[in-house]
Design a protein around this ligand. Structure first.
Ligand SMILES: O=C(O)CCC(=O)C(=O)O
Ligand SMILES: [Fe+2]
Length: 254
């Protein structure tokens, strides 16, 4: 049997739009192949130990580096985070037209993601509802690896406190891509419950149900969690050139 080297991507992002969400959010169930998933997971596992930042319940890697005062020191992403994902992201057309200027990052400052967070979630571990903040252009592209998980979207109540009941739930399968932008980025919060199993999964409760892969079965509406790793790609607005900073330092010392 022939193993496809590239998954069949939608002709335009319009075909991947999550219609029940405020514009715009997109979901592609098979964004990378199983071989690509394995390769990336191996690269993550073989990163030098200091690359991991251990939080209380979760650990994460930041590529190419942590932000300092919301600024990124200019450096390329490593090859395995660039290919195939960044190229594939930029090849997705926003409309069904062959325009040069209509990919998801065409309006972002660097026209591409320049930063990737890798989060690892063992079963039972999630992430508190939060917003991603002002350091980034308001587009997040999340590639999920390993296992399925539900991302909850929350809104603030009129009194300014968090509504703990999610207003929407998005199911992310392994090898899928989720893109959230605009109001979803700026006005709503997102989080993942600290549970060992996602339950009550159905067409009525999951906003991207019709976009899930046909072979996905969530028996009795349940998803027992396994280790899930996410790659979140973003464009950091402010990038400083280390070279030019050093140049400035030397010229001041003269
Ligand atoms: O793992 C995810 O899908 C979400 C991660 C996230 O919200 C973040 O890193 O800001
Ligand atoms: Fe986030």
């Amino acid at each position: 049997m022939n193993i496809p080297s590239e998954p069949p991507l939608p002709r335009s992002l319009d075909d991947a739009r999550i219609l029940q969400l405020p514009s715009a959010a997109f979901y592609i169930s098979e964004f990378i192949t199983e071989d690509e998933e394995k390769l990336i997971l191996n690269k993550i596992a073989s990163a030098p130990k200091p690359r991991w930042k251990q939080l209380t319940r979760r650990r994460l890697q930041t590529w190419p580096s942590d932000l300092i005062n919301n600024k990124l020191v200019d450096a390329p992403l490593p090859g395995w985070l660039e290919e195939p994902i960044v190229t594939r992201l930029r090849s997705l057309r926003l409309q069904d037209v062959d325009s040069q200027h209509s990919h998801i990052f065409s309006d972002s400052p660097h026209k591409r993601p320049n930063h990737v967070l890798i989060n690892e979630y063992p079963p039972g571990i999630g992430i508190m509802p939060h917003k991603d903040g002002a350091a980034y252009h308001p587009i997040v592209c999340t590639v999920s690896l390993g296992s399925s998980i539900c991302l909850n979207i929350h809104e603030m109540k009129d009194d300014g406190t968090l509504n703990n009941n999610p207003i929407w739930r998005i199911l992310q399968e392994p090898r899928s891509l989720l893109i959230t932008t605009a109001d979803l980025y700026t006005d709503y919060l997102h989080g993942i419950d600290d549970i060992i199993e996602d339950t009550e999964l159905s067409e009525q409760t999951i906003v991207n149900w019709s976009l899930l892969r046909p072979s996905s079965t969530f028996c009795d509406g349940r998803n027992p969690r396994q280790m899930r790793t996410s790659l979140t790609y973003r464009d950091v607005l402010s990038v400083s050139k280390l070279g030019s900073k050093l140049g400035l330092l030397f010229s001041q010392k003269k």
